[in-house]
Design a protein around this ligand. Structure first.
Ligand SMILES: Nc1ncnc2c1ncn2[C@@H]1O[C@H](COP(=O)(O)OP(=O)(O)OP(=O)(O)O)[C@@H](O)[C@H]1O
Length: 359
């Protein structure tokens, strides 16, 4: 395959829209990002944060309101989509329902005037890569959702694009298939050694597939990092909340040394980690339900709680507790009863400390 590149650079890429009442909104605000060939990058964030806008700016489906995009030395944001030559995979597959698998996959090549024997060879290769050999003659509507999405991926890769863009490609599939297809997309990506830019609002999907995640909020990038960095060291409280740090409480900052902090609130003392220096005097503390465990009294970094409700989840339970810090959620293994008194421990390394929120 041809058309490899070294890096794709987005410099201050901005897109504004005018809403129905005539107000300007900045859907994407000065996005800076460098993507290397071979990388799997995911735009992650809640609905309306600008993920699709970013993808469409890359694809050429949206004009930029500001900024530039370079593929190596070549400025591409001024080119129409067909001249950028990126492969696209959408949530709704966008296949021709009456056409055969082979014709759907070969359509783009035919439009580009590629000769017949070359089309046959490339379609065969693409179908082998997405594991659809044996389904060539079926029409798109005779396929399952997962198979249709494989056809859509084959159609995107058959044009041998330097970059493949995927917008929530798994949202229409059921949970089991979604999890299988995550691994499939990752496998296809690794075999192609191209770059993939993927859009999702699903944290697990982003964590399991990406080399790097771009976490977005209200059109702005909040953090760019590996899944491990974004999960274990969210850069700010917004990212922490989005990554499942469901317990957020306000504390007084008592002491700091390097990136460590000691905090107190309502007679509870906790040690934690500051991802960025916190000025104080108050601080927000964020803890994931998964990082709380039952412990014996006297353990450091612990507080008391009384069980209010238990949501059984098979392997573990989500336990809602009344504590001096307010309502706290803990995901724990074991049997729990309403009104049961527990001592709860959270390792200092898993207590994230950020600037305090105004009351
Ligand atoms: N054509 C448009 N005209 C006006 N506003 C738009 C247009 N397209 C997007 N927006 C606005 O821009 C913001 C970002 O939208 P975008 O579709 O990029 O978000 P998203 O993160 O992809 O959300 P979702 O996950 O719901 O698709 C939203 O506030 C949206 O309403």
């Amino acid at each position: 395959m041809t058309q490899l590149f070294k890096s794709l650079s987005l410099n201050a890429v901005t897109r504004r829209f005018t809403d129905a009442s005539g107000h300007q909104i900045t859907a994407l605000n000065e996005l800076d990002l460098n993507i290397e060939c071979g990388e799997f990058i995911t735009f992650l964030g809640p609905s309306g944060c600008g993920k699709t806008t970013a993808l469409n700016c890359l694809a050429g489906l949206l004009r930029l309101s500001g900024g530039e995009i370079f593929l190596d030395q070549r400025r591409i944001d001024i080119l129409p989509p067909e001249q950028r030559g990126f492969g696209m995979v959408f949530q709704n597959y966008a296949l021709f329902p009456h056409m055969s698998v082979v014709d759907n996959v070969g359509f783009g090549l035919k439009m580009r005037g590629v000769d017949k024997s070359e089309i046959t060879r490339r379609v065969r290769e693409a179908l082998a890569l997405v594991q659809l050999v044996g389904h060539e003659k079926k029409t798109a509507r005779q396929l399952s959702g997962g198979q249709q999405q494989r056809v859509a991926i084959a159609r995107a890769i058959v044009i041998e694009p330097p970059l493949i863009l995927m917008d929530e490609p798994l949202s229409n599939l059921d949970t089991k298939l979604r999890i299988e297809m995550r691994a499939e997309i990752r496998r296809i990506h690794s075999q192609l050694h191209r770059a993939t830019v993927y859009v999702t609002h699903d944290q697990d999907e982003a964590l399991s597939m990406s080399d790097r995640i771009v976490v977005m909020r209200e059109g702005r990038v909040q953090q760019v990092g590996t899944p491990k960095e974004v999960y274990a060291r969210p850069k700010n409280l917004h990212v922490a909340r989005f990554m499942g740090y469901r317990n957020v409480s306000q504390f007084d900052l008592s002491h700091t040394q390097d990136d460590r902090a000691t905090l107190s609130s309502q007679g509870v003392t906790l040690a934690g980690v500051m991802v960025a220096p916190v000025k104080g005097p108050t601080a927000s503390v964020a803890i994931r339900p998964e990082d709380i465990q039952v412990c014996s009294s006297g353990t450091p970094n612990a507080f008391e709680g009384r069980v209010q409700a238990v949501e059984y989840g098979g392997r573990d339970s989500l336990v809602q507790l009344d504590t001096r810090l307010g309502q706290i959620y803990a995901r724990m293994d074991g049997e729990f009863n309403v009104d049961q008194a527990l001592t709860l421990h959270v390792p200092a390394d898993r207590v994230m400390v950020y600037e305090g929120e105004p009351a």
